[in-house]
Design a protein around this ligand. Structure first.
Ligand code: AP5
Length: 194
C-alpha cells in the first residue's frame, strides 16, 4: 500500500502514520524526522535545513528531493510506504507524480487528508511543546507554520482530488477513532484496486 498523509501541523499525521505503517507492514517516511535527524547529525544538508525548520518555513525543494527520493524508492520496492510531510507543495506533488509515472509500482494509491480546526491544532502543539520541547512548537512559530500550510500545502489537495486520490477524515476524533476510520477507507480502496 502506498499512502500520503496531508494535514496541517498538529493534525496527527505522524501519530496515524506510525500506526498505519505497523498495521500494513509498510515503511513510515516522515520528512520532518528525516530533516531533524540531518540537523542533529550536523550533516551538510542538516546545516542548510536547520534555519528553515526553526522558523517554520519550508526547506527548499532542491534539498527535499535529495533527502526523500532514495527512501521512497526503497520503501516502494519493499512493500509500500506511508508518506508523512512529503510532498508538501504543489510543485513537489507535480514533480513526484511525474517521476513516479516513469517507474512502475511507486505511485501513490491514496491521500489521507485529516481535517482539524486551528484552535485544536494550537492546543495540541502547545501541549507537545510542554512535553517534548520541539524547536518549532512555540506560539509564534506555530502560527506561522499554520499559515505556511494554508498557503503552500492545502492547494496540493486539489491536484490529488482531480486524480481521485483524496480521502477526507475528521481528525478531531480520538486517535483510535481516526485510525479505525482511515483503515476502513483504505481497505475499501484496496478492495477496489484488486
Ligand atoms: P513536520 O515534522 O512534517 O511537521 P508538521 O507538518 O509541522 O507536523 P507535526 O509533526 O507538528 O504534526 P503532525 O500532523 O505529524 O501531528 P502529530 O501526530 O505529531 O515538518 C517540520 C518541518 O520540516 C517543516 O516546518 C519544514 O521546515 C520541514 N519539512 C518537512 N517536510 C518538508 C517538505 N516536504 N518540504 C519542505 N520542508 C519540509 O501530533 C501532534 C500532537 O497532537 C502530538 O502530541 C499527538 O500526540 C497529538 N495528537 C495526535 N492526534 C491526536 C488526536 N486525535 N487527539 C488528540 N491529540 C492528538
Amino acid at each position: 500500500m502506498r499512502l500520503l498523509m496531508v494535514a496541517p501541523p498538529g493534525a496527527g499525521k505522524g501519530t496515524q502514520a506510525t500506526r498505519l505503517a505497523r498495521h500494513y507492514s509498510i515503511a513510515h517516511l516522515s520528512s520532518g524526522d528525516l530533516f531533524r535527524r540531518e540537523v542533529a547529525a550536523g550533516s551538510d544538508i542538516g546545516r542548510q535545513a536547520a534555519g528553515y525548520l526553526e522558523r517554520g518555513d519550508l526547506v527548499p525543494d532542491r534539498l527535499v528531493l535529495d533527502v526523500l527520493a532514495p527512501h521512497v524508492l526503497a520503501a516502494a520496492a519493499e512493500g509500500g510506504y506511508v508518506l508523512d510531510g512529503y510532498p508538501r507543495t504543489l510543485a513537489q506533488a507535480q514533480e513526484a507524480y511525474e517521476v513516479a509515472g516513469r517507474i512502475s509500482g511507486v505511485e501513490l494509491q491514496a491521500v489521507v487528508h485529516l481535517e482539524v480546526g486551528r484552535d485544536e491544532l494550537r492546543r495540541r502543539l502547545l501541549a507537545r511543546a510542554r512535553a517534548d520541547g520541539r524547536v518549532d512548537d512555540t506560539e509564534s512559530v506555530i502560527g506561522h507554520r499554520l499559515d505556511v500550510y494554508e498557503r503552500e500545502t492545502a492547494p496540493m489537495l486539489e491536484f490529488y482530488a482531480a486524480r481521485g486520490l483524496v480521502v477526507d477524515m475528521d481528525g478531531e476524533q480520538t486517535v483510535e477513532e481516526v485510525f479505525q476510520a482511515i483503515v476502513g477507507a483504505v481497505d475499501a480502496l484496496r478492495a477496489g484496486l484488486s
